[in-house]
Design a protein around this ligand. Structure first.
Ligand code: ATP
Length: 915
C-alpha cells in the first residue's frame, strides 16, 4: 500500500510510495527509500519476498465492466425491448402462458449471449499471455532477463531501444534515452529523458526523470529503480478508469451491426403495418399484436453480430494454435484478403543460425571452416587444405579479432551445450575465432573496450575502441556490410601485417562471389594504433585498414520453400525485404522459390540505392515487380508499403526493430516477431509470430480465409431463416388467413435453431483448395449476387414449404395445432438440410462427408431432440400450442424438405458462389 509522504523518512522494507513524489527526489534518495542498490539492484531472495508481498506486476484482466453490467448489457437490444413489451402486454391481457414463454425466451437468449461473449473474450484474453514480455533487471549485481510480471518495487531495471517500459521507473542513469509516451499522454513525439530532480507539482507528462509502464523506448538506454508495479502504476490508474477491454468490433462486425440496425427499423415498421392492416380488416387486436411481435422477432437477425464475433474468436484461437497471435481482431478478416507478403529474410525465411564457412583475407587467401552450430570445435583450412590457426597471417588474426572483440554476443556453455546470448551474426564470429584458437575471454582481456559505435540497420556496421594491452596503444575494430566497411578503409592489411593500398574492386568482387553462394558476408577492419580522440562516426571513414571478409551460412527454414509455394498457388506474391546484400538475398530467394526462375529476372531484384533513385512515377510499378528488395533501410519500408497499397494490394509486412513500427502500422497486416522482435514492433503489429517463421504467416492467411468463409456461410444460412420466419406471418396477415405458425412457435424456431444449428458453422473446418484460389477482393461485398439470390430462393422455399404442409394437413383433416406442428417441423427440417448445404458454398452437401464437422452433427441431434420434445411432450404442447403428429405426417414433412434441399442443390450446381 502506498506510504504517506515520500520525504526520505524510514519506511517498511520495500514499502511503496506515492508515485507523485519520486520525481521530486534525488536519485539516491529514491534508492534509499526503496531499500535497494543503484549498482547491484535487489538480491534474488529479497525480490522473491517483495513479489510475495506486492503481487505480480500485472494489470487485472480487462473485463469490460462488472458482471452485472455485462449481464444487463445483454438486454440492451431493440429486439429485447420489443419482446419485453410484448410479454407485458400479453400478461396484461391474461395470456399468461404466452407471456411466460416470451420471458423465458428472453432470459435464455440473454444467458446464451452472455456465455458466448464471455467465452470469446476469454479466448482473446488468453492470447495475451502467449506473447511473453520480458524485462532486463539487475539482481545481485548481474543482469537477468525475467518475465515482466516478476518485477517488484525496488528492482533496478535496464531499458533500451525497442523495449516496452515494464513498470513505473525513477531513472538513475540515462544515455540518450528517448521514450514514446503516447500510450499514456497521447503525445506522439518521443520525449528525451534525464535524471534531474523535478518540482513536486510536475505533471506526469513532464516527468523527464521517470519512465512509465506501457511506454516504448525508441532510442538510447537507461537504468532506474522500479517505484510502482501492476495496478499501482500510472497505466494501472488509467486502466482502472476506463477498464480498457479489448473491443470485439471489426470493420465487418461494425458493418453487420449497422445492417442489423437498419433491418430492425424496417422490420419494426413492417410489423406496425401488419398490425394496422390486421386491425383494419377487423381482426382481434391481441392476435394481431402477437403476430406483429412474432414477425419482428423472427425477421430480425439478432444473432448475427454475436455469431460474427464468435467466428472471429474461433479463428483467432485456431491461428494461435498455429503460432500466429492476433493482436487486433480486424486482422483476422484482413488476413484472408492478403495479396502481398513482404517478409524479412534473416530469421523469418532463414533459420538465423549463422555459421562462418569461409574467411577471406586481402592477400586473396580463402580459408574454409568446418563444424556447425555454436560449438567452437572445427578447423580452419587454407587453400592447400592445411589446418591453420589465427597465427597463419596477421590479416587473418586481425580479421578474427575484429569479429570477436567488436561484438556484444556472449557464448556460454550450459549442460554440455553451447548457448548464445545476443545476435547470431556476432555469435558466428565468436565461434570462428574460437575455432582458430582465440577465446573470447582472452580477447576481452587483451583488448578491453573503451567506446562503441553501435550497430544499427541504417549504419550497417559496428566499431569499437580498445586499449591494446600488448602494444599499450589504442585500437579501433570494425565489422559490417562490405561496402560500408570498405568506405571506412584507406588501406588493406597484408599477411605480414603491413598496410597496402586498398584494392576496392578485388574486395567487392570477392564479397560478391561469396554472396552469390547465398552466404552472408561481413567485412572486418582495424586500426592497430589509433588516436582515441578520433573515434567518432564522422571521423572514422578513410582511417581503417581492411582485414578480411567473413562469410556465413544461414540455411533457409525447412518449411519456407513449401510456404512460399503455397502463397504463390494462393495468388499471393512474396517479397523479400532485407538489410542484407542483394547477391546473398537473391541466392536465398532463388533457393526457396521466391523468384520466377532460378535466377532473378528483369527487375526482380532492387536495392535500397536503386529504390531511392527511382522517380515517383516509376516507383510503384518497380516495387510491384520486384521480388527481392535488398539493403533496404527501415525508413524505406514505409514507402514500400504505401506504394503497394496504392496499387491496390493488401499488404502483410514483417518487421522487428524500433524503426519498423511505422511500416508495421501502415501495412494492412503488420507482423512482428515474437522471439527476435522488439516490444515496440510487437506493439505496432496486428499479429505476432511466436516462432518467427514465415510459414506461420502463410498458415495464418489460410486460417483467415477459413474464417471469412465461415462468416459468409453463417450469414447465408441465417438470413433466409429470418426472412422465412418473418414472411410466413406477414403473408398470412396480408392474405387474412390463419397463421400457419404461431408467434410463440416462431420464437422457439428462432432461438433454438440459431444456437443449435447456425453457430455450428463457426467450427467448420477449412475447405479443400482454400489456398488454390485467388485472394478475396476487399471491395467485394460479403454476399455476392449469386449468394443474395440463394438467400431469396431459400426464403421462398421455407415459406412455400410451410404453407404447403400446413394446407395439406388441414385438408387431410388435421387439427390446427397438428397442422402448425407439422409446419414448424418442416421449417426446422429445411433449415437442417440447408445447414448441411451451407457447410460449403460451392461443393454439394453430400460430397462433404457427414462427419467433417462434428459440431454440426451434435447441433442437429440436439435440435432433433428439441423438436421431438416440442411435438410429443404434453408440457411443451401446452406452452407452444403444438400437438403430436403421425408418422405419415413426418414422411410428408421429410419429403417436402428433401424436395427443397434438391432445389437448393440444383441452384448451387448452376450458380456456385464462392465466398
Ligand atoms: P533482414 O532485414 O532480412 O532481417 P538482415 O538481418 O541482414 O536482414 P540487418 O540486420 O539490417 O538486416 O543487417 C544489414 C547488414 O548489416 C548485414 O547484411 C550485415 O552486413 C550488417 N550487419 C548485420 N549485423 C551486424 C552486426 N551485428 N554488426 C555489424 N554489422 C552487421
Amino acid at each position: 500500500m502506498p506510504g504517506t509522504e515520500a520525504t526520505g523518512t524510514p519506511r517498511p522494507p520495500g514499502g511503496r510510495h506515492p508515485a507523485e513524489a519520486h520525481h521530486a527526489l534525488v536519485a539516491h534518495e529514491v534508492v534509499l527509500l526503496l531499500e535497494t542498490d543503484a549498482e547491484r539492484g535487489l538480491s534474488g531472495p529479497e525480490a522473491a519476498r517483495r513479489l510475495e508481498r506486492f503481487g505480480p506486476n500485472l494489470l487485472p484482466p480487462a473485463t469490460g465492466g462488472s458482471l452485472l453490467r455485462r449481464i444487463l448489457g445483454q438486454f440492451h437490444h431493440p429486439l429485447i425491448y420489443v419482446l419485453l413489451v410484448a410479454g407485458a402486454v400479453t400478461a396484461a391481457l391474461g395470456e399468461y402462458v404466452d407471456s411466460t414463454v416470451i420471458l423465458a425466451v428472453v432470459l435464455v437468449n440473454a444467458l446464451i449471449g452472455f456465455v458466448q461473449e464471455s467465452k470469446a473474450e476469454a479466448a482473446l484474453e488468453g492470447l495475451r499471455a502467449m506473447v511473453r514480455t520480458t524485462a532486463t533487471v539487475v539482481r545481485g549485481g548481474r543482469e537477468h532477463t525475467v518475465p515482466s510480471a516478476e518485477l517488484v518495487p525496488g528492482d533496478l531495471v535496464v531499458v533500451e531501444a525497442g523495449d516496452k517500459v515494464p513498470a513505473d521507473v525513477r531513472l538513475v542513469r540515462v544515455a540518450e534515452l528517448r521514450v514514446d509516451e503516447s500510450a499514456l499522454t497521447g503525445e506522439s513525439d518521443p520525449v528525451t529523458k534525464d535524471e534531474v530532480v523535478l518540482h513536486p507539482g510536475t505533471p506526469v507528462a513532464d516527468r523527464r526523470n521517470m519512465t512509465h509502464s506501457g511506454t516504448l523506448v525508441t532510442a538510447g538506454r537507461g537504468a532506474g529503480v522500479v517505484v510502482a508495479t501492476g495496478p499501482e502504476t500510472e497505466l494501472g490508474a488509467i486502466h482502472r478508469l476506463v477498464g480498457s477491454a479489448e473491443t470485439l468490433a471489426t470493420p465487418l462486425t461494425a458493418k453487420l451491426a449497422a445492417f442489423s440496425r437498419i433491418l430492425t427499423v424496417v422490420i419494426l415498421a413492417l410489423a406496425a403495418v401488419t398490425f394496422a392492416i390486421g386491425l383494419a380488416r377487423g381482426e382481434e387486436a391481441v392476435r394481431m399484436f402477437t403476430a406483429a411481435v412474432a414477425l419482428a422477432v423472427g425477421a430480425i437477425p439478432e444473432g448475427l453480430p454475436a455469431a460474427v464475433t464468435i467466428t472471429l474468436a474461433i479463428g483467432v484461437v485456431r491461428m494461435a494454435r498455429r503460432r500466429a497471435v492476433i493482436r487486433r481482431l480486424p486482422a483476422v478478416e484482413t488476413l484472408g484478403g492478403t495479396t502481398v507478403i513482404c517478409s524479412d529474410k534473416t530469421g523469418t525465411l532463414t533459420e538465423n543460425q549463422m555459421t562462418v564457412r569461409t574467411l577471406w583475407t586481402p592477400d586473396g587467401t580463402a580459408y574454409q571452416v568446418t563444424g556447425s552450430g555454436y560449438d567452437p570445435s572445427g578447423t580452419l583450412r587454407d587453400a592447400d587444405g592445411t589446418a591453420v590457426t589465427a597465427d597463419a597471417s596477421h590479416a587473418l588474426r586481425w580479421c578474427l579479432l575484429a569479429g570477436a572483440a567488436c561484438n556484444d554476443a556472449v557464448l556460454t556453455r550450459a549442460g554440455g551445450r553451447w548457448e548464445l546470448r545476443g545476435d547470431p551474426t556476432e555469435g558466428a564470429m565468436l565461434v570462428v575465432a574460437g575455432k582458430a584458437g582465440l577465446r573470447a575471454d582472452e580477447v576481452a582481456e587483451r583488448l578491453p573496450r573503451t567506446d562503441t559505435i553501435a550497430f544499427s540497420s541504417e549504419r550497417r556496421y559496428m566499431a569499437t575502441l580498445h586499449d591494446d594491452a600488448a602494444s599499450g596503444a589504442s585500437a579501433v575494430l570494425a565489422k559490417g556490410a562490405t561496402e560500408r566497411v570498405v568506405g571506412l578503409c584507406a588501406g588493406q592489411m597484408a599477411a605480414d601485417g603491413g598496410t597496402r593500398p586498398l584494392d576496392r574492386a578485388a574486395v567487392l568482387a570477392a564479397a560478391e562471389r561469396l554472396a552469390a553462394e547465398g552466404l552472408r558476408v561481413l567485412a572486418t577492419a582495424a586500426r592497430p594504433a589509433a588516436e582515441p580522440a578520433a573515434f567518432s562516426e564522422r571521423e572514422l571513414p578513410g582511417t581503417l585498414v581492411l582485414t578480411g571478409l567473413q562469410a556465413m551460412l544461414d540455411p533457409p527454414r525447412p518449411a519456407a520453400t513449401a510456404a512460399v509455394g503455397a502463397c504463390h498457388d494462393a495468388g499471393i506474391t512474396v517479397k523479400m525485404i532485407t538489410g542484407d546484400h542483394a547477391a546473398t538475398a537473391s541466392a536465398v530467394a532463388g533457393r526457396i522459390g521466391l523468384l520466377t526462375g532460378p535466377r532473378p529476372g528483369e527487375g526482380e531484384v532492387l536495392t535500397g540505392t536503386e529504390l531511392a533513385a527511382l522517380s515517383a512515377r516509376e516507383y510503384p510499378a518497380a516495387v510491384d515487380r520486384a521480388r527481392v528488395l535488398a539493403r533496404v533501410s527501415p525508413e524505406q519500408k514505409l514507402g514500400l508499403v504505401r506504394a503497394l497499397q496504392e496499387r491496390g494490394q493488401v499488404v502483410a509486412m514483417t518487421g522487428d526493430g524500433v524503426n519498423d513500427a511505422p511500416a508495421l502500422r501502415q501495412a494492412d497486416i503488420g507482423v512482428a516477431m515474437g522471439r527476435g522482435g522488439t516490444e515496440v514492433a510487437k506493439d505496432a503489429a496486428d499479429m505476432v509470430l511466436t516462432d518467427d517463421d514465415f510459414a506461420t504467416i502463410e498458415a495464418a492467411v489460410e486460417e483467415g480465409r477459413g474464417v471469412f468463409d465461415n462468416l459468409t456461410k453463417f450469414v447465408v444460412w441465417t438470413l433466409p431463416t429470418n426472412m422465412g420466419e418473418g414472411l410466413v406471418i406477414l403473408v398470412a396477415v396480408l392474405l387474412g388467413s390463419t397463421l400457419p405458425i404461431l408467434p410463440t412457435q416462431i420464437l422457439w424456431i428462432n432461438m433454438t435453431t440459431a444456437v443449435a444449428l447456425g453457430l455450428m458453422l463457426a467450427f467448420e473446418p477449412k475447405e479443400r483448395g482454400i489456398m488454390n484460389r485467388p485472394p478475396r477482393d476487399p471491395a467485394r461485398p460479403l454476399l455476392t449476387r449469386a449468394l443474395v439470390l440463394r438467400v431469396l430462393l431459400v426464403s421462398a422455399l421455407l415459406i412455400a414449404g410451410s404453407w404447403w404442409v400446413f394446407g395439406w394437413e388441414r385438408d387431410a383433416g388435421a387439427s390446427l395445432a397438428e397442422a402448425r406442428t407439422a409446419a414448424v417441423n418442416l421449417f426446422v427440417s429445411v433449415e437442417v438440410l440447408y445447414l448441411f448445404s451451407c457447410r460449403s458454398l460451392t461443393r454439394p452437401a453430400w460430397r462433404l462427408g457427414l462427419f467433417g464437422n462434428r459440431w454440426v452433427i451434435g447441433g442437429v441431434l440436439t435440435q432433433a431432440l428439441g423438436q421431438l420434445a416440442l411435438t410429443y411432450l404434453p408440457t411443451m404442447n401446452h406452452l407452444f400450442h403444438t400437438a403430436p403428429i403421425s408418422a405419415r405426417t413426418w414422411l410428408h414433412i421429410l419429403g417436402v424438405a428433401l424436395l427443397a434441399a434438391l432445389v437448393i442443390a440444383v441452384d448451387k450446381r448452376l450458380r456456385p458462389a464462392p465466398g
